[in-house]
Design a protein around this ligand. Structure first.
Ligand SMILES: [Mg+2]
Length: 361
């Protein structure tokens, strides 16, 4: 199609589906308990191809996709994703960028990148350009709801990963960290995540008490809404302090860059692929590396497009869902994943036979 002398490929459709998958065991962190995970999957259509993207959020994200975002992006050129993103962000101004509406924007934007790459017959990492060949990952789970035996079993299952993270913040922190260190041995990097369970002073005391266990990463020792507290902890402890997983726009990331050692960015929340790259650039300007938060299937390509990525989270919950739902989901090799350059887009195909029984909408 040609509009005003410019060839264009209009976005012809935007659909959303909701899947709720029970966890394999009850899961909890320092501040939340859950027994199921909801994925809102978006399909966008243009030029005879379909792109996919998703977010992990309430089913209400699907209503925003269909009711608010689809009318805005349908008819726009699939090759002009910055324009589509800007239009979606404008549309949700009154709904609020943080939370459900921002997560919905992220899923649509990401699916447009998958779609654009498929239309060009390229893997997404080639369309974006690779800054590095592979993405180091860290095992993530170690829920506070696990018994010691289950925690050990999970850690042993990650024996090929050189770094792992457990949740803390519900008591027995030191016992569980010591158990993890004893199970892993000295060669594996050990990370902890309190999900904002502590005050700054509590977090500093706990970090000092964990020092002899060589904990390298203390994620959200205090709430991400408290950059001053994060900075106070960062300046007082040996482990790197990380936060950023709830960031829905660049101002949220800008508030954190002076308060952390490594900025976490989640493509399913931050606004999608473009905002992920922009947040990584903000981090680079502050001399920081970034880490991809959760949704490993979606970060495999975008995270390789920036030079300052440290690693990506191999989150038990999401690995379980994405490996069940998608053909083409990767397995880490030597602690890292690489894109499959023989597959276009993000290289993932939904397996309807395995996903449909979890579909709720
Ligand atoms: Mg976290």
């Amino acid at each position: 199609m040609e509009v005003g002398g410019k060839a264009m490929t209009p976005i012809g459709g935007v659909e959303a589906a909701v899947y709720t998958v029970p966890t394999d065991r009850p899961e909890a962190d320092g501040t939340l308990d859950w027994d199921r995970t909801t994925m809102v999957l978006v399909h966008t259509v243009a030029g005879g191809q379909r792109g996919i993207g998703w977010t992990y959020g309430p089913a209400a994200c699907a209503s925003v996709v269909v009711g608010e975002l689809a009318p805005v992006v349908c008819g726009m050129d699939v090759f002009d994703i910055p324009a589509a993103l800007a239009a979606m962000v404008r549309r949700i101004r009154n709904a609020g960028r943080t939370g459900v509406a921002g997560y919905a924007v992220s899923a649509v934007e990401t699916s447009l990148w998958d779609l654009k790459a498929r239309l060009l017959g390229l893997p997404l990492c080639s369309l974006l350009g690779q800054a590095r060949p592979e993405l180091p990952v860290y095992g993530s789970g170690g829920f506070t709801s696990y018994s010691d035996e289950v925690l050990q079993e999970q850690l042993i299952g990650w024996k090929d990963l050189p770094r792992v993270k457990i949740k803390i913040g519900r008591g027995r922190d030191l016992d569980r960290v010591r158990l993890a260190r004893a199970t892993l041995g000295p060669g594996t990097e050990l990370f902890v995540d309190a999900n904002g369970a502590y005050s700054a002073k509590e977090a500093i005391r706990i970090a000092h008490a964990m020092d002899d266990q060589d904990v390298r990463w203390f994620e959200e020792p205090v709430s991400s809404d408290d950059p001053d507290g994060l900075r106070q902890v960062r300046d007082a402890i040996r482990a790197d302090v990380a936060a950023g997983e709830y960031g829905c726009d660049l101002t949220a990331f800008a508030r954190l860059t002076g308060a952390v050692d490594c900025l976490q960015i989640d493509v399913t929340r931050c606004g999608g692929v473009l905002e992920w790259q922009r947040a990584a650039a903000l981090a680079a300007a502050a001399g920081l590396q970034v880490s991809a938060h959760c949704a490993p299937g979606l970060h495999r390509h975008v995270a390789l497009s920036v030079p300052n990525v440290r690693h990506a989270e191999w989150f038990h919950d999401h690995v379980r869902i994405e490996s069940m739902f998608f053909d083409g989901f990767p397995e880490p090799v030597n602690g890292a994943v690489s894109p499959d350059l023989s597959r276009p887009g993000m290289g993932l195909e939904l397996r309807g036979s395995d996903s449909e029984r979890y579909r709720v909408k």
